[in-house]
Design a protein around this ligand. Structure first.
Ligand SMILES: Nc1ncnc2c1ncn2[C@@H]1O[C@H](COP(=O)(O)OP(=O)(O)OP(=O)(O)O)[C@@H](O)[C@H]1O
Length: 211
């Protein structure tokens, strides 16, 4: 799905605009505090902008005039999934249950949701962690599981906030290759302060200035 975005968040001194074609990845880069995570928050519906408009495949996510009046669709009805900077896995659930959570909340039965979760874990070479709790995963392993969970939600747009940050140098190459494969043909926005990551993962770049 194609994506359009224009928003003003004055309390954070953030203002941005972009368009992204179907199946393409936008990389957002810029220094600390430039507003990268804020833009993802607005797209995911975690943050209400003062004004602006966002659409996915022509469907409105938010459309707010200068007085802040208009349409604002809540996060769970956007078809947009955010993989946050920290994996934020549910600590009391196993890896498999974490990944099965999204299909379950979309109404799939317990065993169908587990099958779907297992398929995503397989796709990301993470089946061996299925029965573990998140606390028993390394940073890179947790990131892989968080990615499986985001994909299991079958989003129309995938948002990734610094996906390579919690991984050490050795794991970075592997996770980067995995991300390149996952992002191929998918409409996605990836935030990173690392130009190399943006260059390898994204076809389009939005560079935010610092203040
Ligand atoms: N929860 C919050 N409440 C209020 N202001 C915030 C909050 N989070 C961020 N900000 C402010 O909003 C502005 C944009 O921050 P944001 O986190 O979007 O930047 P970023 O480019 O993602 O930075 P980083 O690379 O450090 O993650 C900054 O001035 C920041 O101080």
């Amino acid at each position: 799905m194609s994506l359009t975005f224009r928003a003003r968040i004055p309390e954070r001194e953030v203002e941005a605009e972009f368009e992204l074609g179907q199946g393409r990845t936008l990389g957002i880069t810029g220094p600390n505090g430039a507003g990268k995570s804020t833009i993802l928050g607005v797209l995911a519906g975690l943050l209400i902008p003062a004004s602006g408009r966002g659409t996915v495949g022509g469907r409105v996510l938010f459309d707010l005039d200068d007085a802040g009046r208009g349409t604002w669709v809540p996060p769970h009805r956007r078809g947009v999934t955010l993989m946050a900077q920290r994996p934020l896995l549910f600590p009391h659930l196993t890896v498999l249950e974490n990944v099965a959570f999204a299909p379950r909340s979309r109404g799939l039965g317990r065993s169908a949701a587990r099958d779907k979760a297992m398929q995503w874990l397989e796709d990301l070479s993470a089946t061996r962690f299925a029965d573990r709790r998140p606390e028993a995963l390394s940073g890179g392993q947790a990131q892989r599981v968080a990615l499986a969970r985001a994909l299991a939600a079958e989003p129309e747009v995938l948002l990734l906030d610094e996906p390579l940050a919690p991984v050490d140098a050795g794991g970075k190459t592997e996770l980067r290759e995995l991300l390149v494969r996952v992002l191929a043909g998918r409409t996605a926005v990836v935030v990173s302060h690392d130009p190399q990551d943006v260059g390898e993962l994204a076809q389009e770049v939005l560079e935010l200035g610092g203040r």
